[in-house]
Write a new protein. Structure first.
Ligand SMILES: NC(=O)C1=CN([C@@H]2O[C@H](COP(=O)(O)OP(=O)(O)OC[C@H]3O[C@@H](n4cnc5c(N)ncnc54)[C@H](OP(=O)(O)O)[C@@H]3O)[C@@H](O)[C@H]2O)C=CC1
Ligand SMILES: CC(=O)N[C@@H](CCC(=O)OP(=O)(O)O)C(=O)O
Length: 345
């Protein structure tokens, strides 16, 4: 198959390229860029020299329709929604790494992103690409809304228990920490070396755009409105997300019983590893890979369930999951192209 990537010079795009160059079903890759048309990707990223020899081009619907089977948008918010309606008229399948199609209601998107997106009719056509949970729906989609990085780590951590009677759904606290590559490649003062080195800060407290995305899929599973407290932090590392989730228990239940529930939920899921009690996940244990590592603790003293979830924000949190979704769309082994061990140390 032929793939296209929009936003060719961004971090999400080059992470897609890293995996797609090793994908058995990919014949040709087209790169679309608004800023570097005519430039070879290896001139922008010298580490790709002799590995990828592709010049970037202008995105047009006609070019995509003629050459591409599956198109990835690795663009900032409020870009893909301008292209998707015309692209849906063609045969191309679309996997959008941005948030444009993750929420059901354009007004909710506008309130949290401070930008506009597509109409409700188009949002309804998108299937949410949390690949390890919704794979049956994903395989028939034309448009996939690839999940956000924090929602991936958080939903994989909470969905196995959200509809269980032993948890208090109104007590959920989500504490997230991300590496700096989560902010993309463009420069801003907050991710400047001198501002970020030996520093850690919370940001978007009570207002992060991933809050309604997490709440949407927790609420859908329970058919009840669920609200969470989500506080993201940025920490001085390049990649990785570690999310710690706290949920009150309504009855006594053993850690072992909950761990078994997680193991059963993710039984044949290649990329979700439910860790034993003694093995707390670390971001380095998933670095550069498509794994999500989960760990659960029951704090009997406070009657709380504490879930730790780690992913690589650029892989499971973006491009790796996008390729897993492409594999599901084409009936391929979902691990195709993604079978890499984490990079360690
Ligand atoms: N970084 C991460 O960890 C994650 C990112 N995402 C999402 O994936 C998307 C891409 O992120 P990431 O690669 O990190 O971001 P980057 O900023 O690194 O790259 C985005 C690319 O999009 C293109 N672009 C920028 N502005 C515009 C515009 N106005 N119109 C069209 N194209 C534009 C540029 O490429 P060019 O000039 O070549 O066109 C740019 O390099 C974002 O929506 C992000 O939120 C999701 C999960 C995790
Ligand atoms: C450090 C940092 O800024 N991280 C980004 C990660 C989110 C992201 O990329 O998300 P979308 O795909 O939903 O746009 C943030 O918190 O906004």
């Amino acid at each position: 198959m032929n793939v296209g990537i929009v936003g060719g010079t961004g971090y999400g795009a080059i992470e897609l390229m890293r995996f797609l160059t090793n994908h058995q079903a990919v014949e040709k890759m087209y790169l679309y860029s608004q800023s570097k048309q005519g430039t070879n990707i290896s001139d922008v990223y010298p580490h790709l020299d002799t590995i990828i020899d592709v010049a970037m081009e202008e995105l047009t619907v006609e070019h995509v329709a003629r050459h591409v089977d599956v198109l990835f948008f690795a663009t900032p918010p409020a870009v893909s929604h301008k292209w998707v309606p015309a692209l849906l008229e063609t045969e191309v399948k679309i996997i959008d790494l941005s948030g444009d199609f993750r929420l059901a209601d354009p007004a909710v998107y506008e309130a949290w992103y401070n930008k506009t997106t597509a109409s409700k009719a188009y949002l309804n056509q998108a299937v949410y690409g949390l690949a390890d949970v919704y794979r049956d729906k994903i395989k028939d989609a034309q448009l996939i809304a690839n999940p956000g990085c924090y929602p991936t780590a958080t939903l994989l951590g909470l969905l196995p228990v959200i509809d269980q009677a032993f948890i208090d759904r109104n007590s959920i606290i989500v504490d997230g920490k991300t590496g700096v590559s989560g902010a993309g490649r463009s420069l801003s003062q907050g991710v400047h070396y001198a501002e970020m080195n030996e520093n850690t800060r919370a940001y978007a407290v009570g207002s992060h755009k991933h809050t309604p995305e997490i709440e949407r899929f927790l609420s859908e599973k329970t058919e009840k409105s669920i609200f969470i407290n989500f506080t993201p932090h940025i920490v001085p590392m390049t990649r990785g997300i570690l999310v710690t989730m706290y949920v009150n228990l309504t009855e006594a239940i053993s850690e072992e019983a909950i761990r078994e529930l997680y193991q059963s939920f993710y039984r044949d899921r290649a990329f979700v590893r439910v860790k034993p009690g003694h093995s707390l996940p670390e971001t380095k244990q998933v670095y550069g890979s498509n794994y999500c590592d989960l760990h659960i603790t029951v704090d009997e003293r406070t009657q709380r369930l504490i879930i730790v979830s780690v992913i690589d924000n650029l892989v499971k949190g973006a491009s790796g999951q996008a390729i897993q979704n492409m594999n599901l769309l084409y009936g391929l082994d979902e691990t195709e192209g993604l079978n890499l061990s984490p990079l360690y140390p």
